[in-house]
Design a protein around this ligand. Structure first.
Ligand code: KG4
Ligand code: ZN
Length: 348
């Protein structure tokens, strides 16, 4: 079965084709166009600009994904599209396009929750960190993106329980805001990771222990998160009299220390969830899951506890169409074209 997955919830316009044969999923094409550069001037995504970029890119991106897979639209068995959460303008572009395609071509449509896409991408391409080559259930999934930080426990039948989420800023949002404070550009996650690792200019690595930032809610006894206070703590350090923004080694130290604070909280809460729900598998997804230091430290801790860890390749951690097609394969909830509605506030 051939599934075309379409993702337009924010600043990426993405389409991918996944083929399922004998219960094996194969990625045939994966095309991502991003309006990121347009948002660099403003230091964040401007919804109207993102929506316009979606409109310009959607048909060329779909065409390219089909071309790369060596297919025509008529060959596709199912259309899958992100219907939320996300920005309303960008979401509408994907949803309305798929609606039109579904009606004209008489193809079934699977609406996909973007957050579940970040989880299910692990079933397409597991980079299992230890011996076994399958994902075990039940599992704990950590979703860490620009808009969300959530922990869920998922069962074998893909039913799930939401355990907790951020009460204010998402992890990726905190990376973006701190990068802005440090004048590192947008998106902030990759920029912070880079200068923490390489220094600025490249030379001396940032010291993750240079500044002891708070680890918000690390011992809160629940599975909620809060990252906005951490951002304020960074601002306080920047504004403090003995901090020299020009002293580039300081920037690398702040970046590394901030990154470590976020990682400590994410790792502690994810492992605690695994223990409490007695699961042997953790999976992660979302843009922040591309962070190498997070992957490394989670891996070390999982190995100590005998828990399996899976994460997507970096390019499939950030938004893409393959996650939508893969989630559609597993969830397989077909609706008629007129039933599907963009739902910006969708959650679990
Ligand atoms: O999942 P995603 O592509 O879009 C949303 O659904 O939000 O996540 C984007 C977020 C941004 O906040 C970006 O700064 C962050 O993921 N991000 C990273 C890294 N790469 C992207 N954060 C930390 N380290 C990274 N390497
Ligand atoms: Zn996302």
């Amino acid at each position: 079965m051939l599934i075309l997955g379409i993702e337009t919830s924010c600043d990426e316009t993405a389409a991918a084709v996944v083929n399922s044969q004998n219960d094996q999923l194969k990625l045939l094409s994966n095309v991502v166009a991003t309006s990121l550069q347009m948002h660099q001037k403003t230091g964040g995504v401007v919804p109207e600009v993102a929506a316009r970029a979606q409109l310009e890119s959607i048909l060329p991106v779909i065409t390219k994904a089909l071309e790369e897979a060596g297919l025509a639209l008529k060959d596709i068995d199912k259309l899958a599209v992100t219907f939320g959460p996300g920005l309303v303008g960008p979401l509408l572009v994907g949803v309305e396009t798929v609606k039109a395609l579904g009606l004209v071509l008489n193809k079934p449509i699977v609406p996909v929750n973007h957050l579940l896409g970040h989880i299910f991408i692990n079933m397409l391409e597991p980079t299992i960190v230890d011996r076994l080559s399958t994902i075990d259930f039940p599992l704990i999934a950590l979703i860490v993106s620009g808009g969300h930080t959530d922990l869920i426990c998922m069962n074998k039948d893909y039913s799930y329980k939401w355990l907790g989420g951020t009460r204010d800023d998402a992890a990726g949002e905190a990376f973006d805001k701190v990068a802005r404070l440090l004048d590192l550009g947008f998106p902030g996650g990759p920029a912070i990771e880079k200068i923490a690792k390489e220094g600025l200019p490249a030379g001396r690595q940032g010291n993750p222990n240079a500044i002891l930032f708070p680890r918000p809610m690390i011992n809160s006894g629940d599975f909620d998160f809060s990252f906005s206070g951490l951002k304020t703590a960074v601002l306080n350090v920047i504004q403090s009299t003995n901090y020299e923004l020009q002293a580039t080694s300081s920037k690398a130290d702040i970046a590394a220390s901030f990154q470590q604070a976020v990682i400590d909280v994410l790792v502690a809460k994810t492992l605690k969830a695994a223990q409490e729900y007695e699961v042997g598998q953790i999976i992660i997804g979302g843009g922040v899951a591309a962070n190498e230091e997070l992957r490394k430290q989670l891996k070390t801790n999982c190995q100590k506890m005998g828990i399996k860890l899976a994460y997507p390749s970096k390019s499939l951690s950030t938004d893409n169409g393959a996650m939508v097609a893969t989630a559609a394969f597993f969830l397989d909830k077909v609706v008629s074209p007129l039933e599907i509605q963009a739902t910006p506030g969708l959650y679990f």
